[in-house]
Design a protein around this ligand. Structure first.
Ligand code: BG6
Length: 484
């Protein structure tokens, strides 16, 4: 099979940090079809050779094990081309068309790794130039808008030029092996399914903690915030994977239909619920991994008076038969104590206690997403005290480490997603109605938080976030996993 991958934003941050390394890994693993061209598009005045040199220099920042040797790069670079384009000029699309028609590839991928305000014009121009043929796939990177209205506008513009089956909306969390394992756990095994409901589960917690700050993206982040950056997409996709009904097949729409039902079952926010169950925070200076780091307002590109949240903790309520009364707690933040993404499924306590031990840390399933990928099942066992007829039990856990079982060099999220685009597999991409439902749910929070900082809580970099997040969950009688 032959392909042409046209990379709009070809000299941008995403292209060299994620996409080129992922394409190279696929090339190295022999999974990238050999008959392919990767055409970088940007306004810069570069020739093919200069573009190749630029990409090669950028590979110097990639982990050593993922960096090409000079010979490997030479072979990979044969796929790389560059075309200068001003995305608003019709003539430039004409030149792109000429280049694509030099050889008619089986699949043409238009990857929009540009600022989202260019999505609409790019789609219009591609269609006007006749570059929306049925063998064309279009890939859209987040953020797809900054609220429901702007998201709809983009989706409508895309819809005017491409059919939904041609549109690949990326949420890179869906490409992570650990997230695919979540689907495998739920729908490849029957063991947990009878337990996976309100009768047996007391609450579910989703944590996506980052120890990094905003790095070089201060200006972007300051107009975005954690709710848009992480909750509207990654966290809600995890929530869907946990809460959805088993799909009737592994087909993309069968999966996406079930995820959509979850998003539509989320109880809408009321002002009272926002007050009690939506916590936002912003990090101050602190210590991360033994190093002093500045507070958010002192980061480059961030306004010294910024009210943007770098931390969010929420209680989501899913109003359906399976989950009525089971709170889903979601939290995410920058500059937290560790890079740690995990899910905790807390099962209900035994209905009648014959042992003295409170259930405490046991009776839960922990799904580790990153940096490690694995499962831990926490149980209680009769431990060392058995000689004394003690009625107290000891917490123990079964530990399944997928990294050591399958090797930590598994296919990365972007590599997997790029290959899926080329192969035309939509399972791990987000449909427009899912995206709109997610925006609809977060929008009351965006409105409530806009232009006011009354409830913005500070937290020290290197902590687990504002104490209000602990107080919120404690009011329901629960605690975050690191607290109990
Ligand atoms: C991105 C966000 O979508 O996900 C970033 O824009 C965040 O702010 C990143 O750091 C986290 O991804 P990962 O794969 O490192 O968990």
């Amino acid at each position: 099979m032959s392909f042409d991958l046209v990379l709009f934003g070809g000299t941008g941050d995403l292209a060299w940090r994620k996409l080129m390394p992922a394409l190279f890994q696929a090339f190295r693993h022999g999974t990238l079809p050999a008959d392919g061209r990767i055409i970088g598009i940007a306004r810069d005045d570069l020739g093919n050779e200069q573009y190749r040199e630029l990409i090669q220099q950028r590979f110097a920042h990639v982990d050593l094990s993922k960096r090409p040797t000079p010979e490997e790069f030479d072979r990979f670079a044969q796929m790389l081309q560059f075309q200068r384009m001003d995305l608003s000029r019709a003539e430039d699309y004409g030149r792109l068309k000429d280049r694509l028609q030099q050889r008619k590839a089986d699949v043409v991928v238009m990857y929009l790794a540009t600022a989202p305000n260019l999505f609409t014009v790019t789609c219009q121009q591609l269609a006007a130039a006749g570059l929306n043929t049925p063998n064309t796939r279009i890939v859209l990177e987040k953020p797809l808008g900054h609220d429901l209205a702007s998201n709809r506008e983009i989706n409508e513009a895309v819809r005017r030029s491409f059919a939904e089956q041609q549109v690949f909306r990326i949420d890179h969390y869906l490409g992570k092996p650990s997230v695919q394992n979540l689907f495998a756990l739920r729908f490849g095994n029957a063991l947990f399914e009878p337990l996976w409901r309100r009768e047996n589960i007391s609450n579910i917690q989703i944590t996506i903690a980052e120890d990094l700050g905003v790095e070089k993206r201060g200006a972007f982040y300051d107009s975005t915030g954690a709710l848009r950056d992480m909750v509207q997409n990654h966290a809600l996709q995890l929530l869907c994977a946990l809460a959805m009904e088993p799909p009737i097949s592994a087909d993309a729409d069968a999966i996406r239909d079930e995820k959509l039902k979850v998003l539509r079952s989320l109880r809408p926010w009321t002002p009272e619920a926002i007050n009690q169950f939506a916590i936002r925070g912003q990090y101050g200076a602190g210590t991360v991994a033994g190093e002093h780091v500045p507070g958010y307002r002192d980061e480059a590109g961030v306004s010294p008076e910024s009210t943007t949240e770098t931390f969010v903790a929420l209680r989501a309520v899913i109003a359906n038969w399976r989950w009525a009364g089971v709170p889903f707690y979601v939290r995410t933040g920058k500059r937290l104590a560790a890079r740690d993404a995990h899910i905790v499924v807390n099962f209900r306590a035994a209905p009648h206690a014959i042992f003295r031990t409170p259930l405490g840390a046991a009776n839960r399933l922990v799904i580790n997403l990153q940096p490690r990928d694995g499962l831990q099942l926490h149980l209680l066992a009769q431990g060392q005290d058995n000689r004394r007829h003690a009625q107290s039990l000891t917490p123990v856990h079964l530990d399944l480490d997928f990294d050591s079982r399958f090797g930590s060099e598994r296919v990365g999220a972007y590599e997997r997603l790029l290959l899926d685009v080329i192969d035309g597999r939509l399972n791990l991409f987000v449909r427009s109605d899912e995206q709109e439902a997610a925006w609809r749910w977060v929008e009351p929070l965006l409105d409530a938080w806009r232009g006011t900082d009354g409830d913005l809580r500070g937290y020290a970099a290197g902590s687990w976030g504002p104490s209000a997040a602990s107080a919120m969950i404690a009011r329901d009688g629960f605690c975050w996993s690191e607290e109990c």
